[in-house]
Design a protein around this ligand. Structure first.
Ligand code: WQD
Length: 351
């Protein structure tokens, strides 16, 4: 553990969210000081309590949106010892982005541009950006490497990720003092083993895992499986599911790479997956195995925009970033179920 005088301070935007809160836990447990900015549009301060219970430290928290540029300027003015920023804060529901494209472009792009302006103005040198494998669309070759061509995004959400990466690259090229890494996530699922933090989508879940656990707990009548007539072994789509704690640890490695000047160029990007593809049915089977209960599901029509198959080539992240995912599918589904049960228990006892 570093002594308090040496602790490096990292800003985590979106730090009360699903991946952000797990990353704050790993940062604190790696000896960093964490400051969070989050407008809580898709999270609650309950995760602050969870982070505190897990680590014994409640991070400094500022509830506002990064699009409020004057608020952000005064934040940076009063935090001139920041060593780096991990930027999660963004709208991230694929389906919603199709219905509300301008809200997504405005929020996701302006918040990033404000952040980069402040980092330049206040000379905060290191940025880790939360990106996504959606930048690849349906890859021509699998597993997909970082050299795979960027394809036209299937949604405004995916397009904001592509545009953000370009904004970051151009800004870093123009400002030698700034260095950055984009982390392209595949499909993060699961929760911290304590069950104190986890995925809590606002409203009806868009993603598979929270829909499964909410169906199993009785909040949803059944899971709809979007198509089983794809060209895959069991007919359902294949994804590279990665445990959120493995993903969070990759963020600590990425900020350390920048702080220790191990990066080879001012802008780098890495695929964060396990390298293994799993189908929707395999996720359901894993969940039934680890929860010990049958899941109620029905096969329905395909969901538009779904890619059939995508999973990561992880060699570059393993060798260059010095990071590898370790947790398997059963640990992911078991931890997701543990979180769902513990969260609902806490809700019912707090009423
Ligand atoms: C996975 C599979 C669905 C729900 C998106 C974003 C990605 C990242 C993760 C933010 C697909 C099937 C799903 C359901 C289903 N987001 N499914 N019934 O679309 O791969 O990725 O979320 O970081 O950037 O693109 O994830 O969980 O929605 O879908 O059958 O109720 O589960 O068809 O095959 P996706 P997902």
């Amino acid at each position: 553990m570093k002594s308090t005088t040496q602790k490096k301070k990292i800003l985590v935007t979106g730090g009360t969210g699903y991946i952000g809160s797990h990353t704050c836990v790993e940062l604190i447990q790696s000896g960093y000081d964490v400051v969070i900015i989050d407008d809580q549009s898709n999270s609650t301060s309950a995760s602050l309590k969870g982070i505190e219970k897990i680590t014994g430290t409640r991070p400094e928290f500022h509830p506002f949106n990064l699009c409020e540029s004057s608020h952000l300027d005064s934040f940076f003015k009063s935090h001139q010892t920041l060593q780096g920023v991990i930027h999660f804060a963004a709208f991230k529901a694929v389906g919603e982005s199709v219905e509300k494209p301008l809200a997504y472009y405005r929020n996701n792009l302006i918040s990033l541009m404000n952040l980069l302006e402040m980092m330049t103005k206040y000379e905060v040198p290191h940025l880790v950006f939360s990106s996504s494998c959606t930048v690849y669309g349906q890859p021509d070759e699998l597993p997909v490497t970082e050299q795979a061509p960027i394809k036209k995004a299937a949604s405004p959400y995916g397009n904001t990720k592509q545009i953000c990466e370009e904004i970051i690259e151009d800004t870093l090229n123009a400002n030698p003092g700034l260095q950055g890494i984009s982390l392209r996530y595949f499909n993060p699922i699961g929760a911290h083993e304590s069950g104190l933090i986890g995925e809590l989508p606002a409203g009806t879940p868009n993603n598979l895992m929270p829909f499964i656990t909410q169906t199993a707990i009785g909040l949803r009548s059944s899971l709809k499986v979007f198509g089983n007539d794809y060209d895959t072994p069991d007919g359902t789509c294949i994804r590279d599911y990665i445990h959120v704690v493995d993903l969070a640890k990759a963020h600590v490695r990425a900020i350390e790479r920048l702080l220790e000047k191990q990066n080879k160029t001012e802008y780098e990007y890495f695929n964060l997956g396990t390298g293994k593809g799993s189908s929707v049915m395999e996720i359901i089977q894993s969940f039934e195995r680890t929860s010990g209960q049958k899941l109620n599901y029905e096969i329905v029509a395909r969901r538009s925009g779904d890619v059939v198959k995508i999973y990561a080539d992880t060699q570059y992240a393993n060798q260059e970033l010095g990071w590898k995912a370790h947790k398997g599918l059963d640990e992911m589904t078991e931890s997701a179920w543990n979180w769902e049960k513990k969260y609902r228990e806490r809700q019912s006892t707090s009423k």
